[in-house]
Design a protein around this ligand. Sequence first.
Ligand code: ADP
Ligand code: MG
Length: 772
Amino acid sequence: PVHRTDEVQKARLRLPILAEEQQVMELINEHPIVIVAGETGSGKTTQLPQFLYEAGYAQHKMIGVTEPRRVAAIAMSKRVAHEMNLPSSEVSYLIRFEGNVTPATRIKFMTDGVLLKEIESDFLLTKYSVIVLDEAHERSIYTDILVGLLSRIVPLRHKRSNPLKLIIMSATLRVSDFTENVRLFKVPPPVIKVEARQFPVTTHFQKHTPDDYVAEAYRKTLKIHAQLPEGGILIFVTGQQEVNQLVRKLRRAFPYKQTATAVEREQETKPTEQEQEDEQEQEFDIKRIIRNIRKSKKKFLTQISLPKINLDDYKLPGDDTEADMHEEQADTDLEDAADADDDDEQLVEQGPASTKQPLWVLPLYSLLSSEKQQRIFQPVPEGCRLCVVSTNVAETSLTIPHIKYVVDSGRQKTRLYDKLTGVSAFVVTYTSKACADQRAGRAGRVSAGHCYRLYSSAVYNDLFADFSPPDIQQKPVDDLMLQMRCMGIDRVVHFPFPTPPDQLQLQAAEQRLTVLGALEPRRSNDDKQPPAVAKLGHVISRFPVAPRFGKMLALSNQQQLLPYTVCLVAALSVQELLIETGVQREEDVAPVSNKHHQKRQSWAASGNYKLLGDPMVLLRAVGAAEYAGSQGKLASFCEANGLRHKAISEVRKLRVQLTNEINLNVSDVELCVDPQLKPPSDAQARFLRQILLAGMGDRVARKVPLAEITDKDERRRLKYAYNCADMEQPAFLHANSVLKQSTPEWIIYQEAYELQHGDGGKMFIRGITAIE
Ligand code: ADP
Ligand code: MG
């Protein structure tokens, strides 16, 4: 029995899904696979695991819940533990670098990637009685694959009279991709719709669509706050930088009186003492995590035997009709929206001084610490109006209470990839109609609300797609392909994907994996057999990093290179370790100062920098930061040297994890994570360069031959330009590269990306190492 507090019980009773508990559970008890669709905030994520628990599903096995976002996995496990009055040892979470799972865990929240890895070692997921795939409408790659795999695992568990339930949870978007795909589910699973008490939301379009939507959002928020009745405001912009910028401006305009908490809020960007303590506590926690990983890995090491299930045989009669299944969705009804433009005329232009009421402004984005994220759920101080500035995290995964007004920039930041080269670019694009409607819906949870769209209805009608395409059709699938092949799935093309990836994507991935040596070469061109997984491929897939990094690790067991490769791979796998200049990157937090740049030059300058180039900066930065950390000065060191504090702790966690992985998989190495790792010797740096080349063989570039160019301006323009394989236009050295002075003839690069530049794009390459 669960003992909930009165307060919790009262809050639960207000959630729409609670009224449907009996119906939902009856459906689940009667069917192996059920889809639960419900408006965001109806209580799916927090309540369904509790229903399952109370129905006895956690008695002998675990209830597993996957989330595409780490933020949600952590927040939801904490919330459910709190509601059920159970410790975190029983309602726990596990994400890539951390977790609090114990042998006593009954409900386990995890990221979808974590569950996929578990399938590799326990194909039938025997520890679970039920798997809940949450936020399936987000269409993350891993969730899509899990849907496909579980569509086969569930019947298999049934056959062995050890049934597993599958529950697919989704906002009320495009459920038909799951129900109408006969390749996926021969018998379409029943859908239960949770009717939420959604109040009407009036949407207001703008006459014009301003480019500076951040400034526009500020202006609109001023008006709302000054002139409209009580009710929280939720603002959607695209990235962390925009969120912080807007939060600062709004706090300045409507200051909350300087109490202790307000002072603390002001200093948000600087880590407080409390946070530094948290940091130390985390380090302490890591030791426990290591032990946990060790324990679980012991099991993992025992020979994995896959059951005899023919995963290749996905063909069902009538497979050819597949094209019909993906019929265009009916156009959403646009009539209503047509002439509603700019009907916020009752809102007149006014300066910030028009009201004295303070705004309680909170930021929300995925890199924000989970303590700070929790503040959106805490009570707002007396007399304040709540205002949350968020990225699309608040679209469906977290429901913020008391929102009555939504200000929607209509934009989102996405990382787009070139299908063939894998080159990526961060671009700000319009969201889809479905996302815009989700965002608007956030305003109607407590009472009738208003959504102010910072774009015109013409833009919405003509430039917004109906839905965002699923990730699997947009991102490289190398990692996924190798993982699936190592699970014994030979014909990835035939896998029952909810939406299959592009044929071209699959071919490109296969080719890259073959070049890498993870797959055996095809014997001949018309060979119908897919290439076998090479021994190296199996080793590579054990590492929780991209295949090219896995290869680098696999090759490093010589000359005491492993600690360096581990450190390098960890640093390269974590985004934005070095804070970069604004012009170079959309994601930037603050411009890199001259001082920082000089420091980086000096990190790379110690004798062998010519050998490793930019990766040496990463090695030295991590080394120096770890040293500072051991002296208890990590935060100030990061601040002083332009490093992202949270990235350093992620690198640390990944180093610990990789080190454990290696100790367990490779006999006779006893690696440890050395906080005082010395820079590599020249000989080691030379070997490391070989290893980089082995992992990055397809990322070689040659300097554009300037001598052949007669035009002076053209020569100047192409001074830092390189020709890269597979790319039509030349790419330019990143401004912060330590090799920008010497511009060597041949180089390898870690990443190529494109930035919007005038009408077209300009390509940049970064993480440069010279090849002799
Ligand atoms: P869904 O999954 O259907 O979108 P959730 O189960 O996430 O809905 O949310 C149900 C309700 O629980 C929401 O009103 C949300 O505000 C509330 N809630 C979620 N987490 C917390 C928390 N940490 N503190 C207080 N309320 C919360
Ligand atoms: Mg949810």
